[in-house]
Design a protein around this ligand. Structure first.
Ligand code: SF4
Length: 220
């Protein structure tokens, strides 16, 4: 697949819908931190990507298929794409947890569907995909409604605007922060008035170094 520098990672949409600040910390400032939830999630994705392609009943399954949409300006990979002998193609995502209150997982899956429609040159929009949740061991069917498609296109547009601006939104402490892998870097309680976690960390590091290694008196 040809690399186009205007293409952004499809997975960033999920970060954006979960928390715009988290998305900017990862994709603008280049900060990343793992926690138990991200490690477990990555393990599940690797298992889904690395398994062999194959058939289940009358469905051919392609694992780790590369995806791109020039309309959305996104590039990524699907865990699994199902190609039934009859009927429309379905993207399937594997998630470690359970269905969420927010739409991050649904938007990510819908973006995959838009990629597939564009790549396969489909005349008809794909009606649905599915998300398999590890905690509930259940597969959730997701309809690609016009409102979900609108939300997905809106999220992709906001993602491009955010990356182009290079501005990190200010922190807002919410309940979801307790599950966020970037909590220790974002510092939502301390950062309310500061937009850039990297600058804050650099300032704090400089301050601590100055305390630990004070300059000789009289030097500049
Ligand atoms: S700690 Fe909260 S505000 Fe900060 S990135 Fe995570 S979810 Fe967003």
């Amino acid at each position: 697949m040809a690399w186009n520098s205007n293409l952004l990672p499809l997975s960033a949409l999920q970060h954006l819908v979960f928390c715009e600040r988290q998305c900017a910390l990862i994709h603008v400032e280049g900060l990343w931190a793992e926690n138990r939830l991200t490690v477990e999630g990555n393990h599940l994705h690797r298992k889904a990507h690395d398994g062999p392609d194959g058939h289940r009943k009358s469905v051919r399954m392609a694992r780790g298929m590369e995806l791109v949409s020039h309309e959305l300006g996104l590039i990524g990979r699907a865990d699994v794409v199902e190609f039934p002998n009859e009927g429309p193609v379905r993207p399937v995502e594997y998630k470690r947890g359970r269905p969420k209150r927010h739409d991050a997982d649904l938007v990510q899956l819908c973006a995959q569907a838009i990629c597939l429609e564009e790549m396969l040159g489909l005349d008809d929009p794909l009606p649905e995909g599915a998300i398999f949740y590890g905690q509930t061991r259940r597969r959730l069917d997701v309809l690609f409604t016009s409102s979900l498609r609108e939300k997905t296109r809106g999220a992709a547009a906001r993602l491009h605007a955010m990356i182009a601006s290079g501005v990190t939104p200010t922190a807002r402490r919410e309940r979801k922060c307790d599950r966020c892998s970037l909590l220790a870097l974002c510092l939502p309680d301390a950062m309310r008035s500061r937009a850039t976690a990297r600058r804050y960390i650099e300032q704090e590091t400089a301050r601590l170094l100055a305390v630990a290694f004070p300059s000789p008196e009289g030097s500049a």
